[in-house]
Design a protein around this ligand. Structure first.
Ligand code: FES
Ligand code: FES
Length: 269
């Protein structure tokens, strides 16, 4: 029998072996052996394929399921169909005391925690033309007191670190970063914030300029720029671009809108 005729009669397994490939095992997780010849030496490489049965684990209690639908059914039954429980207790974060109303909790906090240093915890100043007396802690900064104690939210807090100018207010006409100014230091001062610029629904001239010339993008930094611009324009009604740049040198605009902001303060040049 010729070699060609012999090849016609070999089995498929024998053919694969002759071709340099031997396959062993048929079940999942079995081992496949691939053989190849090089330089006359036989080289054998073993590749192990492992298939694990997937487990679907409840994130609430660690229960395991064989399918996602089983897990979904379990969570729906045990965790998502519960009635919402309404808690009507207001708990002091300092001492755990419980109260039935938010006002009662506030009164408790005011009495016991808001004036730890007696008279030095009270400061009086004028904000946007109105005299204000407020209890403060010695280490509270002005930005916090304006926003969280007096509800004047036009002053924004960006870095809270004296690096961005977003919190700028005027104290006796001078721009300061409120986040690094202690409220207790402002006793007797005249403070202006962007809240006080609007007369009802009428914008101040500089606010109107920002609106007309689209001097802002997201607007978060804008109150700080407007207060710094107001102080500059009070001294110099027709500043050059460079003079505006110098006046707002400590301000950042995360939107990258600084050129339009500067040109708006300068009058749209
Ligand atoms: S928030 Fe005050 S300087 Fe940035
Ligand atoms: S306009 Fe968005 S941060 Fe200045």
């Amino acid at each position: 029998m010729s070699e060609k005729q012999e090849n016609k009669q070999i089995s498929r397994r024998q053919f694969l072996r002759n071709a340099g490939i031997v396959v062993g095992g048929t079940a999942v997780g079995s081992t496949f052996i691939l053989s190849a010849c090089g330089n006359g030496d036989e080289v054998t490489k073993t590749v192990t394929v492992t298939t694990a049965t997937p487990k679907f684990v409840s994130p609430f209690d660690g229960q395991e399921f064989d399918s996602l639908s089983a897990l979904e059914a379990y969570i729906t039954e045990n965790y998502l169909d519960q009635d919402i429980v309404t808690v009507n207790k207001y708990i002091s974060p300092y001492d755990g005391a419980e109260f039935d109303s938010l006002d009662a909790l506030k009164a408790h906090l005011d009495e016991n925690y808001m004036t730890p240093s007696g008279e030095t915890g009270v400061v009086s100043f004028v904000v946007n033309g109105k005299p204000v007396t407020v209890k403060v802690k010695d280490n509270w900064d002005l930005a916090y007191v304006l926003r969280d104690r007096l509800g004047l939210f036009a002053t924004k807090i960006g870095c809270n670190f004296g690096q961005c100018g977003t919190c700028t207010v005027l104290i006796d006409g001078v721009p300061v970063f409120a986040c690094v100014t202690l409220a207790i230091e402002c006793s007797g001062k005249n403070i202006e914030t962007a809240d006080g610029l609007t007369n009802g629904t009428t914008l101040s001239p500089l606010q109107q300029k920002f609106y007309d010339l689209e001097g802002f993008q997201c607007g978060f930094c804008t109150p700080g720029f407007i207060m710094a611009g107001k102080a500059l324009l009070a001294e110099n009604p027709n500043p050059s671009l460079d003079e505006v740049r110098e006046a707002v040198a400590g301000h950042l605009c995360a939107c990258g809108n600084i050129h339009r902001t500067v040109s708006t303060i300068a009058g749209g040049v």
